[in-house]
Design a protein. Structure first.
Length: 149
């Protein structure tokens, strides 16, 4: 909700990353879209679809037990897991162009680049499941809503 673009803002379900008419967040982070529970719920294909539709946005997939500290136009990763950054602005790069940030990593949102020295060795990269998912793939599906019963 802090970001410019509100992902999964639909009033009836959180399944769709884009919900027409429900896309406006609070705007504290301009040009950013944040999707929580990212790796745990295998939301890579969803973020790629969002980036193809809105290439100007920086997509941030924040994992469980992980947070962002926002200061002076940069984010710092705090917590046990990762943040996946979709920073490129070319729609063709959406499917494969992302990077993992780990605890202590910082990222400049305006420059769209990780801050600090290059990594000697990459952090542990999580296993990414196939890009096609269904509602049944969600490990924590939403309970039925009143109009579903």
């Amino acid at each position: 909700m802090l970001s410019d673009y509100l992902v999964r803002g639909g009033p009836l379900s959180n399944k769709d990353i884009m919900a027409e008419g429900y896309e406006e967040g609070f705007g504290f982070m301009q040009g950013v879209a944040i999707d929580p529970f990212f790796t745990q719920r295998n939301r890579f294909a969803d973020m790629a679809r969002l980036k193809r539709a809105h290439p100007r946005l920086v997509g941030l997939g924040v994992d469980e037990e992980t947070a962002l500290v926002i200061q002076n136009g940069a984010i710092e990763v705090v917590g046990k897991n990762h943040v996946v950054v979709y920073g490129h602005s070319e729609p063709a790069a959406a499917d494969k162009s992302f990077e993992f940030l780990y605890e202590g990593d910082k990222y400049d949102l305006a420059a769209r680049s990780r801050l600090g020295p290059p990594r000697d060795t990459p952090g542990e990269t999580p296993v990414i499941a196939a890009a096609t998912t269904t509602d049944d793939d969600d490990p924590e599906p939403q309970p039925p809503i009143a109009c579903d019963e």
